[in-house]
Design a binder for this molecule. Structure first.
Ligand SMILES: C[S@@+](CC[C@H](N)C(=O)[O-])C[C@H]1O[C@@H](n2cnc3c(N)ncnc32)[C@H](O)[C@@H]1O
Length: 174
């Protein structure tokens, strides 16, 4: 998709959308991850890899993965729906990407990997009209706070945080 093929543009977009909350967003997620081994789905340019000891990322955009900076971590160029992790018992993280998987059995697929926990941070506010979203990201699906809370409840997640744009849900898998 247009935005995800242009990592610099995507970083600018993140900065414009999250502004001063970008660091807070990262810190909130790092606090939740503790010392877990992390598998991040739709990791984009994988900024969390800079902070985590055990980190693997998956993304379908080669441009995004190539723009990842810093530590030498395992990054997989693959669709989430085709990916198979090499290990069990990881904390599977997905940020700002759930909206892309509304028509597929994403959670069932993740559970088949036998993770320790699943953490999903997803916006309940979006900028721009549906056609701009479709052009930039390939989908015009948008959550509201209510529909996102419903989705989390339906899939066994507890909402543990709310920031000015996102809800964060956690599901324990043990
Ligand atoms: C909105 S960005 C989120 C990036 C990052 N998680 C963040 O919070 O900044 C969505 C990401 O999902 C990736 N993506 C879209 N469909 C995917 C799929 N089927 N499998 C893996 N990655 C996918 C895109 O390439 C893009 O990097």
């Amino acid at each position: 998709m247009f935005l995800y093929s242009h990592p610099r543009l995507y970083r600018l977009y993140l900065y414009l959308v999250y502004g001063k909350y970008l660091n807070e967003r990262t810190k909130d997620i790092l606090d939740l991850l503790e010392d877990d081994d992390v598998l991040e789905l739709c990791c984009g340019h994988a900024p969390l890899a800079l902070y985590l000891k055990e980190y693997e990322g998956v993304d379908s955009s080669l441009e995004m993965l190539l723009s990842a900076e810093g530590r030498d971590v395992a990054l997989f160029h693959c669709s989430v729906m085709e990916f198979r992790p090499t290990r069990e018992n990881m904390t599977v993280l997905m940020q700002a990407s759930l909206y892309q998987f509304m028509d597929v059995p994403l959670i069932e697929r993740i559970l088949s990997w036998k993770p320790k926990r699943i953490i999903i941070a997803e916006p309940y506010r979006s900028l721009g009209s549906s056609w701009i979203s479709k052009l930039c990201t390939g989908t015009s699906y948008k959550f509201t706070e209510e529909s996102l809370r419903e989705w989390f409840a339906k899939h066994g997640f507890t909402v543990v945080k709310k920031n000015y744009r996102e809800l964060v849900g956690v599901r324990s898998c043990w």
